[in-house]
Design a protein around this ligand. Structure first.
Ligand SMILES: NC(=O)c1ccc[n+]([C@@H]2O[C@H](COP(=O)([O-])OP(=O)(O)OC[C@H]3O[C@@H](n4cnc5c(N)ncnc54)[C@H](OP(=O)(O)O)[C@@H]3O)[C@@H](O)[C@H]2O)c1
Length: 247
C-alpha cells in the first residue's frame, strides 16, 4: 500500500530535501506550506492535506531570532499539526529540533523547547530528532546579514549536511515512534565565524565579514559546548569543507 508522508515546511531548506528523500524511499510526499495552500499558524487546509497520511515530518520554520515570535509560531504550528494529525489517524509525528536547544538560552530556542514539549505531551505517537546547525546555515547567515556585511558569530558548532538530516528524518518517519532520538551532528567541530568567511570566499560575494562574539549567558553556554552533540550521538560523514566544494 502507498505510504504517504506529509512534510510540513516541505518547500524550505531541509524540507525540500526531505521531500526528495521521501520519493527516494518509494513513499509519496505531501507538501504542507503556505505556498501550497496550507497555513500551520491558522490550521487552514490542514485537514485536507493530512487525509490518508501515515506520518508527518515537521520541518517548518519561522524567520525570527526573537522569543515571542518563535514561541507563537511553534506553539500554533505544532498544536494544529498534532490536532489535525490525531483526527486524520496519523500514526507517527516526527519533529526536527536543534541539539542544545534545552541547554542554550537563545531566544529562538524557547520556541523549539515549546515545540518539543507539545510533541511529547501530544496525542500522536512521536519522535524528535535534534540536529546541529546545517552546513547551509552559514549561507543563511550571509543572506540575512545587512549589505555590505556578513555577520559571522564566533560559535562552536559541529555542523551537519542538511541532506544527512533529511535522510535521518525519513528513516525515522518510516520506522516506529521512538521518542527522543540520539542527537545528529556532523563529523567535526567548527567555528561558525570561519564557516561564514569560507562561504563568502567560495561564492566570491562582495561582503565584509564581521566577526561577532557571542556574549552573555547564551554566549557562555555556546562556548562551553552547549551546541555540540551529546554522548551516543549519530554523526554524519560529510565535513563542511567537502560540502563547500560540492555546492
Ligand atoms: N538551519 C539550521 O541550521 C537548523 C539546524 C537544526 C534544526 N533546524 C530546524 O529545521 C527546521 C527547518 O529549518 P529551515 O532552515 O529548513 O527552514 P526554512 O528554509 O526557513 O523553511 C521554512 C518552511 O516552513 C514553511 N512555513 C513557514 N511558515 C509557515 C506557515 N505559517 N504555514 C505553513 N508552512 C510554513 C515555509 O513555506 P512557506 O513560506 O511556503 O509557508 C518553508 O517551507 C526548523 O524548525 C529549524 O529549527 C535548523
Amino acid at each position: 500500500m502507498d505510504t504517504r508522508i506529509a512534510v510540513a515546511g516541505g518547500t524550505g531548506l531541509v524540507g525540500t530535501l526531505v521531500v526528495e528523500e521521501v520519493r527516494r524511499a518509494g513513499a509519496t510526499p505531501v507538501v504542507v506550506a503556505r505556498s501550497r495552500g496550507t497555513d500551520l499558524t491558522t490550521g487552514s487546509g490542514l485537514a485536507e492535506a493530512l487525509d490518508g497520511v501515515d506520518a508527518v515530518v515537521d520541518a517548518s520554520n519561522v524567520d525570527t531570532l526573537g522569543a515571542k515570535r518563535s514561541i507563537a509560531f511553534f506553539e500554533a504550528a505544532t498544536g494544529h499539526l498534532l490536532a489535525a494529525g490525531a483526527a486524520a489517524g496519523v500514526r507517527h509525528h516526527v519533529a526536527l529540533s536543534i541539539v542544545g536547544c534545552d541547554r542554550v538560552d537563545l531566544p529562538y530556542y524557547l520556541g523549539k523547547r515549546r515545540q518539543e514539549e507539545l510533541v511529547a505531551a501530544g496525542p500522536v505517537p512521536w519522535s524528535v530528532l535534534r540536529a546541529t546547525q546545517f552546513h547551509e546555515f552559514a549561507g543563511q547567515l550571509v543572506e540575512r546579514s545587512p549589505r555590505p556585511f556578513a555577520l559571522a558569530p564566533r560559535m562552536r558548532t559541529q555542523p551537519v549536511a542538511a541532506r544527512e538530516v533529511a535522510t535521518a528524518l525519513v528513516a525515522a518517519a518510516l520506522g516506529e515512534p521512538a521518542g527522543q532520538l540520539p542527537d545528529l551532528g556532523g563529523p567535526r567541530v567548527e567555528d561558525m565565524g570561519r564557516m561564514v568567511r569560507d562561504v563568502v570566499r567560495a561564492r566570491g560575494t562582495r561582503r565584509l565579514v564581521v566577526p561577532v562574539p557571542m556574549v552573555g549567558r547564551a554566549g557562555r553556554q555556546v562556548g562551553e559546548g552547549g551546541l555540540l552533540p551529546g554522548p551516543g550521538a549519530t554523526l554524519g560523514s560529510m565535513t563542511f569543507a567537502d560540502w563547500l566544494e560540492r555546492v
